[in-house]
Design a binder for this molecule. Structure first.
Ligand SMILES: [Zn+2]
Length: 92
């Protein structure tokens, strides 16, 4: 099983590159996705980071939101905020 640290390493790469062509640390497919949720105008938020293929990933609290990235607002209803984010298996 892939460890939280392996997922966190992948998160750092995808976060810095703002790209998702990195191979998933669990299954190897290049289908990693990242989504930020934050209060309006906040500089930190919660990051959901998962793989669309194996549907595994991590959740990072108080993550800095990269410049140019639009975070989903915590003011939005959960069904809108979580649209497109699968109910993935959390690695802890
Ligand atoms: Zn995967």
């Amino acid at each position: 099983m892939t460890t939280f640290d392996e997922w966190l390493t992948a998160y750092d790469v995808v976060y810095r590159a703002a790209a998702s062509d990195l191979a998933c640390p669990n299954c190897g497919h290049r289908t990693l996705r990242i989504a930020f949720t934050a209060r309006p105008a906040a500089e930190h938020g919660d990051a959901s980071f998962w793989c669309d293929t194996c549907v595994e990933g991590i959740y990072v609290s108080r993550a800095p939101i990269p410049a140019g990235v639009t975070a989903r607002s915590t003011d939005e209803p959960a069904e809108d905020r979580n649209r497109g984010i699968p109910d993935y298996r959390l690695v802890t």
